[in-house]
Write a protein that binds this ligand. Sequence first.
Ligand code: SF4
Ligand code: SF4
Length: 400
Amino acid sequence: MEKLKYHDILYNDDQLGPYPEHLVKRVDKPTNRTPGPVERVSERDSPFIKSFFGEFGEEIQTGFKRMTVRYPLGGAIADIQWHINKIKESRAPVAAKKAPLPDDPRVLSRHLKSLGYFLGADLMGIGRLPQSAVYSTNVRGNQVEAPYKYAIVFAARKNERTLSASNGWDDIVDPVSFQTYQRLVTQTEVMANYLRRLGHDALPNNMNNYVALMPQVILDAGLGEVSRMGIILNPFLGANFKAAAVFTNLELEVDGYADFGLQEYCSNCTICAEQCPARAITRGQQTLYNGYYTWKLNREACSEFDVLNKEGCVCGRCTKVCPWHRPDMEPRDWAEWDGSLEWLHNNVNEQRDRLVASNFIGEDELTKKWWFRLDEVDGEIIVPTTKNTHKICREYPIQE
Ligand code: SF4
Ligand code: SF4
């Protein structure tokens, strides 16, 4: 069978997407220490799942179930989710005969990344699928297996203008996240179907069907480093993104781990910890957790604030106040970057100085806000009478 001829465009170092990810320094292991072993965890251990099943008490369980739908836009997005869940029924069978693709992993990786950008991804990365990231059991307690070698990771930037105008005490961050996850569902399902039609098994890992924890998958695909927030931070998007993946055994070229100096940067910065209303982020050093060093987020405190905050739902303040989140940095602004860490860190420091000077309020909260404060109470949409006091819901202890 004759193999497909491919164009030179797939065999150079040209930038494929909006950001120059090819200029990020690559290393052969994560920049946070990982002595291992990393044990698989159950999907049931996720704080949102625990909230749903009432493991943090009845108040959080009730708040969690109401949190999305009490804000009309959140409810409208949730209405559509029931249909998006059915997208799984459209999964194509794996073609019996493999298509005559080029057998060069580099070409295939660049082809699939280009497809991801075509489908609307903001950033693409490819890594080995760490089996330690695969859940041991799902929410129903059933064994989970994902016998795939590679993860093709899609990152989608959350709506920039909206996030800039929010502050953690409003209802808009949940719709922002949900809407971003929904985009990722269609992108990853299309790519998985494409691979199956070419005769290669592929499994989407998206909000409809998580079989693996995304942070480790994102890290191994070279899309960021571990941050003080406890989540993965990307040099172009900060932590203002959501991600999903397609798992496959098609032989691909991997990107390598990213190194843009974040471990040192976060060691000398505590902005997110100081600005977190739930004090869920530590001001101290990394600690060893499940075989790797990280700044361990108190997920229970974060989830509790997300759900019980009377002046909004789902916070996201840490993402917004982090200086790596530079709302004014459009993809075109990266045209002058040559990969230098000095340029990158100076740029982040300028944003840090702007944030500190504005006392983390910023004009954007006044000029870019476009949504209304509305709440559904007993089937009626009302304007909430609570004032915006920006109070924390209880005095959490500071984590040193
Ligand atoms: S989302 Fe809000 S509560 Fe959770 S860690 Fe970030 S700032 Fe803290
Ligand atoms: S706010 Fe500072 S410490 Fe927190 S993640 Fe961003 S750079 Fe790191």
